[in-house]
Design a protein around this ligand. Sequence first.
Ligand code: PAF
Length: 282
Amino acid sequence: MKIIKTPQAMQKIADSIHRQGKTIGFVPTMGYLHQGHLDLVKIARRKSDIVVVSIFVNPTQFGPKEDLNKYPRDFNRDEKLLAKEKVDYIFYPTVKSMYPKNYATSIDLPSLTNVLCGKSRPAHFQGVATIVAKLFNIVKPDLAVFGQKDGQQAVIIKQMVQDLNFPIKIIVAPTTREKDGLAMSSRNIYLTPEQREQAVVLYHALQHAKKMIKDGEKNIHKIIALMEELIESIPDAKIDYIQIVDADTLQPIQQISGKILIALAVKFGHCRLIDNMIVKIR
Ligand code: PAF
């Protein structure tokens, strides 16, 4: 496994891999890896000749009051975990090499970036779309794997790939959950032991909503009210949003039908957790 630190070196390697007729599978990450990331890497490993994982805590997707400096980092541990998964290259650039002084470009998909999490995290998804586009141009993958846990991010990336004609297949992998159902996230370490126990309420609320829909409930307000009631029964939990939207356009829906996304964001103290579920109704 090789560690590549500059965009130029990574591009040269990618070109040489393609010249040999091999495919590149890519998993972009911000490091501090957990089983959820490793599950994405396993998919890339199964489906491609060469696997590249990027580790880059992208400053442009953090707001001024967010946790950029405190974001957990442990490169040595990440390196060991990725070696076990037989990753071929880690792309581990510096901020300066990704955003030099005269850097000026940003990518936006307003109808998708300004809704759900985008409302309380302005500029977050512009930062995500921009860094992922840059990473795609540097790593030149044939396929890239993202997690359903970041459902809005996955929709944005798929749309960007289509709009900007990136020749890349996007795979969205199911959310990896802890035994009790909490979605795995690097941010879970911010939870106190008590909050960690309580945080499973997010999964329960989503499951409850899914069951109501499958049992024929059509009233969106009723479903959301029940989810709110469940989550608000936990004193530490502060709801940012709970929404039921079209799973492809992320726009609010008037009636329950087709492929829908139930999405939520809830704060436990300073720790903001997100989760979602897709439900398909004929
Ligand atoms: O999902 C993440 O970890 C990040 O948003 C990503 C895709 C690596 C871009 O920085």
